[in-house]
Design a protein around this ligand. Structure first.
Ligand code: NAD
Ligand code: UDP
Length: 339
């Protein structure tokens, strides 16, 4: 049994599918602050397997400990967290409370229940403005906003915990830019309000829900002047978690692992690939750089390949086609269409 905090969210729901299909049982613990139970019903539809669900907040130690104990889980995957960079600048205490205190609460609960295997969702944001590309895991760490600082603080907490007790098995997964959706079209990213991230914004423009994409910056030192990112299909990312759990079975430690493809694409390249996959045009205009953005970021995926035997299988065209299928089939995300 795997205990999945934040398992109803975008990456969590895709990971639940892959866990169930790999033969694991799953208990999801989620407060639905940024998701809905509908995603888990869809996970059950895709897999034909049941998901155990406990509605709760990771910052409620007693409820969390009870749920973890009752699940009988042998490992935890910890997705639960807030993730909007701009919001974290405006509401830093909310981010430290939810992400950092929530994680401390989880680590206490794991200690109380004698569960010492943990996979944690970190982010490439902990590399700050990259000093070299591709980014290897030994690249210096820094943060430029409260969201990034919560990830860095949690990573430091996990490293300290492992130093104090080497019986822990901890995988820190640093995600690059997850996009795409399950090929069934049943689960995908469901942002509330105006999307912060590129792919959901592009899909909503292609679907005619928004007028045009603003491309933030055309004067970066990149081949076409727009930002370059390492986009990774969310199903490949999900499979990385299943592989990490298998790795943690074998070895104690506290290891950071990049999950990216190693290939950078520019914002304009993504827009063109999306137009091709969807058959729609995506109107755009250029705007000033977004504060805090970096020019280019892409992973060295060597450690994941070596340690986990994991390689991403989906290219940019599949990422776009799957995002578009999800967008078309679910124009309002998980909210039911008005009859
Ligand atoms: P998401 O918002 O879709 O999922 C997070 C889930 O956690 C949601 O279901 C939400 O309801 C739940 N949650 C939040 N706070 C909670 C709390 N206090 N108690 C219980 N549940 C809570 O986000 P996602 O894109 O699936 O991201 C998952 C994790 O991966 C996050 O930690 C995020 O910071 C990290 N990450 C995401 C990206 C990305 O681009 N999506 C990149 C790097 C890292
Ligand atoms: N971006 C953009 N317009 C948007 C959203 C994003 O031009 O509406 C650009 C952004 O400046 C960056 C890239 O797309 O260069 C990826 O941004 P996103 O927020 O998806 O991920 P990040 O790498 O910043 O976490």
């Amino acid at each position: 049994m795997i205990f999945v905090t934040g398992g109803a969210g975008y990456i969590g729901s895709h990971t639940c599918v892959e866990l169930l299909q790999a033969g694991h049982e799953v208990t999801v613990y989620d407060n639905f602050s940024n998701s809905s139970p509908e995603s888990l019903r869809r996970v059950e539809r895709i897999t034909g397997r049941a998901v155990r669900l406990v509605e709760g907040d990771i910052r409620h130690p007693q409820a969390l400990t009870d749920a973890l104990r009752q699940s009988g889980a042998s490992a935890v995957i910890h997705f639960a967290g807030l993730k909007a960079v701009g919001e974290s600048v405006e509401q830093p205490l909310r981010y430290y409370d939810n992400n950092v205190l929530g994680t401390l609460s989880l680590l206490h609960a794991m200690g109380a229940c004698h569960v010492n295997k943990l996979v944690f969702s970190s982010s490439a944001t902990v590399y700050g403005d990259p000093l070299h590309l591709p980014i290897t895991e030994d690249h210096p760490l820094s943060a430029t906003n409260p969201y990034g600082r919560t990830k860095l603080m949690i990573e430091d907490i996990l490293r300290d915990l492992y130093r104090s007790d080497p019986a822990w098995h901890i995988g820190i997964l640093r995600y690059f830019n997850p996009i795409g959706a399950h090929p069934s079209g049943l689960i995908g990213e469901d942002p509330q309000g105006i999307p912060n991230n590129l792919m959901p914004y592009v899909s909503q423009v292609a679907a005619g829900q928004r007028e045009r994409l603003q491309i933030w910056g055309q004067d970066y030192p990149t081949p076409d002047g727009t930002g370059v990112r390492d986009f990774i299909h969310v199903v490949d990312l999900a499979l990385g978690h299943v592989r990490t759990l298998a790795h943690l079975e074998k070895a104690a430690g506290c290891t950071a692992i990049n999950l990216g493809t190693g290939q950078g694409y520019s914002v304009l390249e993504l827009v063109r690939a999306f137009e091709k996959a969807s058959g729609q045009t995506v109107p755009y205009s250029f705007a000033a750089r977004r504060a805090g953005d970096i020019a280019a970021s892409y992973a060295s995926p060597e450690r994941a390949i070596q340690l986990l035997g994991w390689r991403p299988q989906h290219g940019l065209d599949a990422m776009c086609a799957d995002s578009w299928r999800w967008q078309q089939g679910n124009p309002l995300g998980y909210r039911p269409a008005q009859g």
